[in-house]
Design a protein around this ligand. Sequence first.
Ligand SMILES: Nc1ncnc2c1ncn2[C@@H]1O[C@H](COP(=O)(O)OP(=O)(O)OP(=O)(O)O)[C@@H](O)[C@H]1O
Ligand SMILES: [Mg+2]
Length: 370
Amino acid sequence: MKLNNPFLVRGYCGPEYFCDRQKETSQLVDSLVNEGDVTLIAPRRYGKTGLIHNAFHVLPQEYTRVYLDIYSTRNLAEFSKEFASAVLGALETKLEKAAHNLAKLFRSCRPTIVPTESGLPKFSFDVVPSAAEATLQETFDYLAKKKRRVIVAIDEFQQVLDYPEKGTEALLRSLMQRLPWVRFIFSGSRQHLMREMFLSPKHPFYQSTDIMSLKPIDQDVYCRFAKRFFTAKRKPFRAEAFSSIYNRFDGVTWYVQMVLRRLWAEDAGVPDVKTVDDAVENIVLTRTFEYRDLLNSRSKAEQALLAAVAKDGPVAEPLAGDFIARHGLRAASTVASALKHLKRDDLLYQAEQGYVVYDRFFGVWLKETC
Ligand SMILES: Nc1ncnc2c1ncn2[C@@H]1O[C@H](COP(=O)(O)OP(=O)(O)OP(=O)(O)O)[C@@H](O)[C@H]1O
Ligand SMILES: [Mg+2]
């Protein structure tokens, strides 16, 4: 289907609207078809989920694709429920008939069929915490019976570290090992947690997968991608103006997409830096209330540190005396504790050159407002 606005900020609509990532897509697909599992690690908004869907698009037909996002799961029971629902949703075609048969296979929980917002019914599982492990086991038994080539992508995988059940990684790893024809993608944005899980000898997944990271899309390639759409619409497009978007947001995909989407909606094209800056301003303006609430929800020390980083960022040494003095921050120990909390909650992010406000639009707002 042809989109009214070609710059997506959510979801995947085929390669036409997906810029580049050819090497990364091939690398991911090659690992999977060569019977490997892949860990995909990159900061938020770089395009991990998009890459998974693009790889799904080009995978050979014989593979069944299963995708689940476990960001909102809080324990093994919720994971098992999501996992079972995604696996069955992808492998079962005739829902009604399947539900009847599956009741025999899934003894620990009750698979039922529920309507969804999209109109397509899906499987739902009633998993009580004591049956979580059994349900997971039964889902793997089900996969074993199917004997189909399956790729399971588990997005936001670092979430399992927050579960109260500490053995989740070991359990999953041992279940996976029995099914060589089912391959896994583990994706996550909390880089130190993901690295810890897959690169530390203390964790069950140690060195068990091919590790991939994502960099921003190449600027020239991205520029050509954007230009193609605007030119086809007979709208002005200047490379310098595109560069100003790309550089302002360090090429991070979601922010670039957001600005391009806005410019497309305004029917302005990408004629000059002023038009681009106005578009950014308009996006930030629509988020004022959200950002004010977010700022007010933090302690005074955290608010001051956020504002200081927004003004100076990237900040290589936020605990340095001159940075603290220049912004009138409190004692270094207070700044250190604020920094810890802001990092934990994904409000500050430690990039290569130093700390930045993780949500770049929030950074723009803070710089203007505080
Ligand atoms: N190569 C691409 N070309 C065009 N748009 C893309 C591309 N990759 C991602 N996008 C778009 O950018 C946005 C952010 O990408 P995506 O959701 O894949 O990032 P993510 O790394 O999974 O982020 P998060 O960590 O927040 O889940 C999405 O709206 C997606 O549609
Ligand atoms: Mg994602």
